[in-house]
Design a protein around this ligand. Structure first.
Ligand code: NAI
Length: 476
């Protein structure tokens, strides 16, 4: 039986390995992690991450050909193929701080592989890494190998959180990069053979290592760029009376542009976009390509501008002071259908509102109280490190924040509502009831443009919706 070891039981490692186990019953898959709490959660009925369909897939395979363990050495040593899906945060200190990828976790995984391997192995980069990381990993492995041979492949992951299982079951494409040597090509064929259990062959693209590594960074940069582009238009729409959803619709009908990633919002979040663009910027700068670097940097600057603009809009609409006012925050996850809050725009918006002394009452259907408090108290450099290495936060440190169990409690006696995640349940709330229980004038700031602004105005709300013509109140 072929044995696979997946290092890193996170948002990528967990679902990816679970789907391989589901589709390849003849392969034994073990996911390992240095975090005991993550592994215990995978081994319980309360998985550490929320993804639609994940629970069912894990339930079908767990204990049969899918296992979760903290015994990294044992499972590395037994595996024929090792996937590495560990954190690759942005460096917080030293050379390249604030831009370059921090490969500490990757390197320590590589050293464990070298130490425990007694037979030849294929080692696969699933983490998003800078171009030419495979070369560095190859060196670490071969210089510590005790005669064992390793083939390194790049197999970046393109899943989106919230639709991870669907994306893994029906990927647009699978990308595999490897060395252009006979051994490298054989390793590519082995990995192709695994995906071929469920992915049509014409969707499996093979390239050299560096094209594959760069394609992943480029992919995220292009997606984020589209969001920043439409967000830039949303600011123009508000200034001119155009309506951003109408502009998006018109653009989407151009087959050369397409319809995805054209929703204006309070800004993009998630663990990947910002860090991967910064990584791209750093690589461009390191190669003396200042113009390329500054081009991509703008995508992040536009995203920061969008969050900042939103906070300013809230404060200026509410008579230039939100000090002591209760503001309800609906949604904290970086997008709907996930419990992930990494780099969610809600963190910056909430911190901005707290900076103006607002009292926040936050409700999210899937994010825990502990997570929200930790995010709001955490240094921005800490968020992408393994959970057990992050500081614990005492709830008392956050006197301005309350986390509540539903939207009605959050909005009771509030002066304003900020919608920061596009959860479907926010569209169907009883807004008349909410209005009746709020302070007046009652404001709604819809950072995802999901609510029916016309209906809310009929009820009596003053409404700001990203990219839509401004309420007369807000124009004054
Ligand atoms: P995550 O933080 O959810 O999971 C990473 C896991 O690796 C953590 O549980 C951590 O404890 C573990 N870990 C760190 N060092 C380890 C070591 N030496 N040995 C064993 N376990 C170790 O991160 P996530 O989101 O799964 O991302 C992993 C990689 O995949 C990153 O490079 C990310 O950029 C990339 N990626 C993430 C996507 C996403 O949507 N989250 C999509 C595509 C790629």
């Amino acid at each position: 039986m072929v044995k696979i070891c997946g290092i890193g039981a996170g948002y990528v490692g967990g679902p990816t390995m679970a789907v391989i186990a589901l589709k390849c019953p003849s392969i034994e898959v073990t996911v390992v992690d240095i975090s005991q709490s993550r592994i215990s959660a995978w081994n319980s009925d309360h998985l550490p991450i929320y993804e639609p369909g994940l629970q069912e897939v894990v339930q079908k395979c767990k204990g049969k050909n899918l296992f979760f363990s903290t015994d990294v050495g044992k499972h590395v040593s037994e595996a024929d193929i090792i996937f590495v899906a560990v954190n690759t945060p942005t460096k917080s200190r030293g050379l390249g701080a604030g831009k370059a990828a921090d490969l500490t976790y990757w390197e320590s995984a590589a050293r464990v592989i070298a130490e425990w391997s007694k037979s030849n192995k294929i080692v696969i980069e699933k983490s998003t890494v800078p171009v030419r990381t495979a070369e560095a990993i190859e060196r670490i492995l071969t210089h510590n190998s005790n005669g064992v041979s390793f083939q390194i492949l790049s197999n970046p992951e393109f899943l989106s959180e919230g639709t991870a299982i669907e994306d893994l079951l029906n990927p647009d494409r699978v990308l595999i990069g490897g060395r252009q040597t006979p051994e490298g090509q054989m390793a590519i064929q082995t990995l192709k053979g695994i995906y071929a259990h469920w992915v049509p062959e014409d969707k499996i693209i093979t390239t050299n290592l560096w094209s594959s590594e760069l394609s992943k960074l480029a992919d995220n940069a292009f997606l984020a760029q589209r969001i920043s582009s439409i967000n830039a238009m949303s600011a123009l729409c508000e200034a001119t009376g155009a309506e951003v959803s109408e502009v998006s619709h018109a653009l989407s009908k151009n087959s050369k542009i397409g319809s995805r990633f054209l929703n204006a919002s309070v800004g993009f979040g998630g663990s990947c976009f910002q860090k991967d663009i910064l990584n791209l910027v750093y690589i461009a700068e390191s190669n003396g390509l200042a113009e390329v670097a500054s081009y991509w940097k703008q995508v992040i600057q536009m995203n920061d501008y969008q969050k900042d603009r939103f906070v300013k809009r809230v404060v200026s609409s509410m008579f230039n002071t939100i000090s002591g006012k209760k503001i309800a925050v609906l949604g904290f996850a970086f997008k709907k259908d996930t419990s992930d809050t990494r780099k969610t725009p809600a963190i910056d918006v909430c911190k901005g509102l707290m900076g103006d002394d607002a009292c926040l009452s936050i409700y999210d259907p899937k994010v825990s109280e502990d997570q929200i408090l930790r995010d709001l108290a955490m240094d921005s450099v800490e968020w992408d490190h393994p959970v057990h290495l992050q500081r614990k936060i005492s709830p008392n440190t956050m006197k301005q924040v309350r986390i509540v169990k539903d939207a009605y409690e959050a909005t009771k006696d509030a002066h304003g509502i900020c919608v920061l995640t596009e959860w479907d349940e926010f569209k169907t709330l009883d807004y008349q009831r909410i209005f009746d229980n709020m302070q007046k004038p009652a404001f709604v700031f819809d950072g995802r443009s999901i609510l029916n602004a016309g209906k809310l105005r009929e009820i009596g709300f003053i409404v700001y919706s990203i990219g839509k013509p401004l309420d007369p109140w807000l124009r004054a």
